[in-house]
Design a protein around this ligand. Structure first.
Ligand code: C5J
Length: 222
């Protein structure tokens, strides 16, 4: 067993042989200037700040043989997987599926839906397209995690309180112990990120644990 002793709310124990890293939605439309996130009025520089740490985390996990799974929030070109409850949110003049600065907003295959080059998947890594906020909904993530015999999950990506938290909560319901890497996740709203980290580890790790990339690095390199 490997222990991230400094994790909060207490030490996080895991077996690297049965642990996978899930990197949520590090897509151009959320992170790059001129993308969907910015057109909604968000400051994307907040998200850009975690890119180097996320790249370091991915390299660390690759070096230790942990499977790296990437997700992309995107929809089929015919939008048959986009319910009005999702499409009707955000700015009325720029909805998911509309032509945006990087192609159709959050549509599979468009430039904006692709993963930023700094953390791009390498050959053999699984990429899961997800129409929802949580990565288990309407995807084969559950089957894939069973197939690789994952017991523990490490999370990174954006945004902390939306797609990362939704996925981590469901992972907990599905029996996975999960660790969120604090400096490899970000929100457009710093207060929401801080609150999410607090609520994840409250009540004795009710959803999971948090730690920094350096703390995980120290544990894996021990
Ligand atoms: C959002 C996400 N925030 N990936 N998506 O709409 O968190």
């Amino acid at each position: 067993m490997t222990r991230v002793a400094a994790a909060l709310p207490f030490g996080f124990d895991f077996d690297p042989a049965t642990t996978a890293l899930i990197v949520i939605d590090m897509q151009r439309d959320f992170i790059e200037p001129g993308g969907f996130g910015e057109t909604l009025g968000n400051d994307v520089s907040l998200l850009q700040a975690i890119v180097p740490t996320t790249a370091r985390l991915i390299a660390l996990c690759r070096a230790h043989g942990l499977p790296v799974i990437h997700t992309r929030e995107c929809h089929k070109p015919d939008l048959s997987d986009l319910p009005p409850a999702k499409r009707d949110r955000g700015k009325p003049e720029l909805r998911i599926g509309d032509p945006g600065p990087m192609g159709r907003i959050l549509v599979a295959g468009e430039d904006g839906a692709s993963i930023i080059k700094e953390v791009y998947p390498i050959a053999g890594e699984v990429v899961i397209d997800k129409p929802g906020k949580g990565a288990f909904y309407a995807t084969n993530l559950a089957e894939h995690l069973k197939a690789i015999d994952a017991k523990t999950l490490i999370f990174a990506g954006v945004t902390t309180e939306v797609c990362v938290q939704s996925t981590m909560r469901e992972a907990n319901d599905r029996g996975y112990d999960s660790l969120l890497i604090e400096d490899a996740t970000e929100s457009y709203f710093p207060a929401f990120k801080a609150a999410t980290l607090e609520m994840i580890r409250a009540q004795g790790a009710i959803v999971g644990w948090t730690a920094t990339c350096a703390q995980l690095e120290a544990a894996l390199n021990e």
